[in-house]
Design a protein around this ligand. Structure first.
Ligand code: NI
Ligand code: MN
Length: 235
């Protein structure tokens, strides 16, 4: 059984069936809603970073450095981490996928801006993306769950390309910096996932949303699982 734990904002830990611990968009110490600080993370094998904004990347280098986890992201983003002493990096780009031991990871398009937190040179400026994961099934089973972490993005028609290919969608609903609830419902119509977990809301005043109201708007289009920081969804 795999487990997805929300740490607030867009930060999740995925405990995959093969035993890998995978963190997506690590932001803990400065995250006002996080359930844990960086120091509480004991083991990580992979860190997936959708883009370089501080609220998705601020703890990536510290955690990669301490745990030895492999950092996965766009070429420019992980190259920047390389200049900060991170040796285990895996560079990808939008539309490309790669088989890791826990499953296949493909970077998806996102419409959003991009700088890299900590880069004073501007050399590593990059675009933002998301991740589509096809996880390896537990031993003896076939299939494998498909996860989509949209990163920070507007509603984009490219999401329709994921239709029927997503079991669990992690979608921003905060509005202001990303799509809001209304557009997230349209995203669900395009993607048709089984389960939706809202993210990127209630971290700051400007992205306050009522997740129960969002779930009502989604209606029977998908099952909305509302997590609170520290809570997990098992699948
Ligand atoms: Ni961002
Ligand atoms: Mn963000």
């Amino acid at each position: 059984m795999a487990k997805l734990t929300w740490h607030g904002h867009s930060c999740f830990t995925l405990d995959a069936d093969d035993g890998s611990a995978v963190m997506i968009d690590p932001w803990l110490d400065e995250n006002p809603t996080a359930d844990i600080g960086m120091d509480a993370v004991e083991r990580l094998d992979f860190i997936l970073c959708s883009h370089g904004h501080s609220d998705h990347f601020a703890d990536a280098i510290g955690l990669a450095s301490r745990t030895g986890a492999t950092m996965v992201g766009t070429y420019e983003l992980v190259s920047f981490a390389g200049t900060r002493g991170i040796e285990n990096i895996h560079a990808m780009n939008i539309g490309g996928g790669h088989h890791f031991r826990f499953g296949y990871v493909k970077m998806t398009p996102a419409t959003h801006s991009g700088t890299i937190h900590g880069d004073e040179t501007g050399r590593f400026t990059t675009i933002a993306g998301g991740f589509w994961l096809h996880l390896k099934p537990p031993t003896g089973q076939t299939g494998g769950k498909r996860l989509y972490h949209a990163g920070d993005t507007a509603l984009i028609s490219d999401m329709a390309l994921l239709k029927g290919k997503v079991d669990i969608a992690l979608l921003p609903i905060g509005d202001n910096f990303t799509m809001g609830p209304e557009d997230a419902v349209r995203a669900i119509e395009m993607i048709a996932p089984t389960v939706v977990i809202p993210m990127h809301f209630n971290t700051f005043d400007v992205i306050q949303q009522d997740p129960d109201d969002f779930a009502r708007r989604v209606g029977d289009r998908a099952e909305v699982v509302i997590l609170t920081p520290g809570k997990s969804y098992e699948f």
